[in-house]
Design a protein around this ligand. Structure first.
Ligand code: 1CP
Length: 353
C-alpha cells in the first residue's frame, strides 16, 4: 500500500536500537477520556460505534496528535473487539467499563465461540481505520496497532468484566488446565491473524497488552502466558516477512510482570514496556542490552505541579538513558488528568538532549 513518507521515524529507530534525533514519546490511552474533544465526540456516539466507524476512530486517533508534539499515534480501538469477533457480547457501561453479560462459565461454553474467525470480515473496520489514519497522518508520526494478550482476554471472557482478583479466570487454570490451554490457543490464533492484518493495513509497530500479568505467579505465567506471547511474536513476524512486509517492531507490555521480565526480553519482542512499579536499571539488566525499553512514569505523577512533573520526567530519563528507549507512562493516562499536565510531560522529554 502507498502511504505518505514518514517524516518522524524516531519511534521506529529507537525500536531498532538506532540513534534518534530526540527521545520518542507517546502515551498509553493518549486517545481517550481526559481530552474534552474526545468526550464531546463520545457524548454523541456509543463506544463501539466509534471503534467500528473508521472516520470516527481516525478522528479520535488524531486528536492527541493535533494537540501535542507526540512521536506516535495509536489506533483507537479496544482489546475487547477480539472477544466480540469470537461471538461474545461486550458492552461499554458508563462509569463501569466493559461488561460481558454472558461470560464463559465452564469449559463447555467454549463451544459458544465462533472459531475460526475470519478477521477481515469481523474486524475489517479496524483495518479500514488503520489505512485511513495512515493517510490522514500525512507521515507526521508512525501509527501503532495493538491487541490484548491471550491471558488478559481470557480474564475478561471468564470474569465478565474487570475484577480485583481474577479468581474466576484463575480457577480455570487450576480446575480446567486443558480447557484453559484450548481457550488460550484460540485467542492466540485470532490474535496472530489480527495483528498481521493490522500491519498489512498500515500499522507500523504492534503492541501486545498483557494488562493482567500481575495476577499470575511466575510458574503460571510461564505456562499460560509466555508460550502464547512467544508464538504471537514469531508467527506475526514470520507471516509478515512472507508477505514482503519487513521491520514492523513489536512491543510486549505486561503490567505487573516483574516475575517474568527476563523471559519477556527473550521471546522475540523488540520492545518491552515497563509499568510504573518497575525499576529501569533492574529491568535493563534482566532483559539485556538488545531490547528497547518503554515507560514508565507513574500516571498519577501527572496530578503533580508542572515543576514536579519536569523533575520526575528528567529523573526517569536519567535512569533509562537515551538509547534503546521510548518514553511513556507506566500505564494508561487517567481520565481526570489535566491535558496541560500531559503537555508538560511530553515537552520535558523533548527538551532532553
Ligand atoms: O467511555 C469510554 O470512552 C471508555 C474508555 C475507554 C477508552 C478510551 C475504554 C474502555 N477503552 C478505550 C480505548 C483503548 N483501550 C485504547 C485506545 C488507544 C489509546 O491507547 O489511546 C487502548 C489501547 C485500549 C486498550 C485496553 N482496553 C486495555 C489494555 C491497556 C490497559 O489499560 O491495561 C484494557 C485492559 C482495556 C479494557 C478496557 N476498555 C475500557 C476500559 C475502561 C478498560 C479497562 C477496564 C478494567 O479496568 O478492567
Amino acid at each position: 500500500m502507498d502511504f505518505p513518507p514518514l517524516l518522524n521515524d524516531n519511534l521506529l529507530r529507537a525500536a531498532r536500537g538506532e540513534d534518534v534525533e530526540r527521545i520518542p514519546v507517546w502515551v498509553m490511552r493518549q486517545a481517550g477520556r481526559y481530552l474534552p474533544e474526545f468526550r464531546a465526540l463520545r457524548a454523541e456516539n456509543n463506544f463501539f460505534k466509534v471503534c467500528q466507524t473508521p472516520e470516527l476512530a481516525c478522528e479520535v486517533t488524531l486528536q492527541p496528535i493535533k494537540r501535542y508534539d507526540l512521536d506516535a499515534a495509536i489506533i483507537f480501538s479496544d482489546i475487547l473487539v477480539v472477544p466480540q469477533a469470537l461471538g461474545i457480547v461486550v458492552e461499554m457501561k458508563p462509569g463501569v467499563g466493559p461488561v460481558l453479560p454472558e461470560p464463559l462459565l465452564s469449559p463447555s461454553d467454549l463451544e459458544r465461540l465462533k472459531f475460526p474467525v475470519d478477521v477481515k470480515e469481523k474486524l475489517g473496520y479496524v483495518f479500514e481505520a488503520i489505512t485511513l489514519t495512515r493517510h490522514k497522518l500525512e507521515g507526521k508520526v508512525p501509527l501503532i496497532g495493538f491487541s490484548g494478550a491471550p491471558w488478559t482476554l481470557m480474564c475478561y471472557m471468564i470474569e465478565g468484566g474487570g475484577s480485583k482478583t481474577m479468581s474466576k479466570a484463575k480457577s480455570w487454570i487450576y480446575q480446567h488446565p486443558e480447557s484453559s490451554h484450548e481457550l488460550l490457543k484460540i485467542l492466540t490464533d485470532v490474535t496472530v491473524d489480527y495483528l498481521v492484518e493490522q500491519a498489512v493495513a498500515g500499522a507500523q509497530l504492534l503492541q501486545v497488552f498483557e494488562s493482567n500479568a500481575e495476577y499470575l505467579g511466575r510458574e503460571q505465567f510461564e505456562e499460560f502466558a509466555i508460550p502464547c506471547l512467544k508464538r504471537i511474536c514469531e508467527e506475526v513476524k514470520g507471516r509478515l516477512e512472507k508477505r514482503g512486509i519487513k521491520s514492523v517492531p513489536m512491543t510486549i507490555f505486561a503490567k505487573g510482570g516483574h516475575h517474568s521480565l527476563k523471559q519477556l526480553g527473550s521471546i522475540g519482542y523488540d520492545i518491552v514496556g515497563l509499568d510504573w512499579t518497575m525499576i529501569p536499571g533492574e529491568a535493563r539488566s534482566l532483559v539485556g542490552p538488545n531490547v528497547t525499553l518503554q515507560g514508565n512514569l507513574d500516571p498519577c505523577a501527572l496530578y503533580g505541579t508542572k515543576e514536579h512533573i519536569q523533575k520526575l520526567t528528567r529523573k526517569m530519563i536519567s535512569t533509562f538513558g537515551k538509547s534503546r528507549y521510548i518514553a511513556n507512562l507506566g500505564h494508561g493516562i487517567y481520565p481526570d488528568i489535566d491535558p496541560e499536565r500531559l503537555k508538560v510531560f511530553i515537552d520535558t522529554v523533548h527538551e532532553i538532549h
